[in-house]
Design a protein around this ligand. Structure first.
Ligand code: PMP
Length: 326
């Protein structure tokens, strides 16, 4: 893994092949492994889909060089698309609800993209609408739309999952991942369920998010601080396929906050809130596999650490819980 010893011709070639690292108790009978996605050039898992979606859209003729990509995005996807767009002769425009981290918006602009903010209270649904309106006004423009584009999940089916599979010699028994668009989880779930239909698949969301409604549960919607995962309106999450998911774990912000601090202090992992939520959920799954409560075909439990805490320092991720959530 991470074998880029040969000289590379473009930053796009540094995307993927991230390290897979064991986390939690190294003597536990069921190991947990996390894919460290901040090793990508735009420092998140979303570089994978930025590159994959734009390359496929150019190949399929949805866009031609010199064109414009317009994406409603919380930030990391914007950075991933901006990195790829800059190298593929495309202009990038992002529609971003205000509540998302200012660092991400600065990085998108630094990469040459335009950023349009929409009011937080209008939600992601409105940002999506605005992106389509803007695209309709331009020639040679397209909206990748990560929330409904199968290329999003396909990027993980084609890259993230096979990398993990190879690193663990086919020993993956369970896949655990937070769902924003659900592209990561769906791509990995599809890949590993094809390898073994009994692979256990767990989605992760913050408490207050509505993904559990897909499994028929009643959910009391509430706001949450964990960034990058969760939904308030499952209608906008078109990629999520409940048939590929055994369970959805909701993780409370308070536990996420504590786990971010623990991962840094004990494991040297400067990872953000969605990674901390995944870490806790993956540990629960590993314990359930160890006790026999979950029947998984192999022992290893795999998750992703989508990005780094450095991107959220201004939000007080390492200050007190009250300061982070206040
Ligand atoms: N973590 C972070 C920090 C993210 O930005 C995202 C994407 N919104 C995710 C997790 C979830 O990934 P996906 O969209 O593939 O479900």
């Amino acid at each position: 893994m991470t074998t880029h010893r040969e000289p590379l011709s473009s930053v796009l070639e540094t995307i993927g092949r991230t390290p897979l690292v064991r986390v939690h108790d190294s003597s536990a009978s069921v190991p947990v492994y996390a894919k460290l996605e901040s090793f990508n050039p735009g420092a998140s898992i979303k570089d994978r889909i930025g590159k994959y979606m734009l390359e496929r859209m150019l190949e399929q003729g949805d866009l031609a060089p010199g064109g414009t990509v317009i994406e409603p995005t919380a930030g990391n996807t914007g950075i991933g698309i901006a990195v790829a767009a800059g190298q593929l002769d495309l202009q990038a425009v992002f529609v971003v609800p205000e509540r998302f981290s200012i660092e991400k918006q600065q990085l998108m602009r630094a990469l040459g993209a335009d950023v349009i903010n929409t009011p937080t209270e209008d939600g992601m649904g409105y940002a999506i609408e605005r992106a389509h309106e803007l695209a309709a006004e331009l020639d040679n423009a397209a909206v990748p739309q990560q929330f409904s584009n199968p290329l999003n999940a396909e990027a993980h089916y084609e890259t993230t999952a096979p990398e993990v599979d190879e690193a663990l010699d086919g020993e993956v028994g369970a896949v655990v991942a937070g769902c924003g668009t659900a592209g990561t989880l769906m791509g990995m779930a599809r890949y590993f369920r094809e390898r073994d239909p009994d692979t256990h698949v767990v989605a992760v969301e913050p408490e207050g998010s509505a993904y559990r409604e897909f499994l028929g549960e009643d959910v009391e919607h509430a706001s949450y601080k964990t960034e990058g995962i969760g939904t308030h309106d499952i209608q906008t999450n078109e990629l999520f396929d409940p048939d590929l998911v055994d369970d959805v774990f909701a993780i409370a912000d308070r536990d996420v906050h504590e786990e971010m601090a623990r991962l840094a202090a004990e494991e040297g992992q400067l990872v953000a809130s969605s990674a901390a939520a995944n870490s806790l959920a993956a540990k629960r799954v590993a314990e359930a596999v160890a006790s026999g409560e979950i029947d998984a075909p192999h022992d290893a439990v795999v998750t992703v650490f989508a990005d780094s805490s450095e991107r959220y320092l201004s939000k007080g991720v390492y200050r007190s819980f009250e300061e982070w959530t206040g």
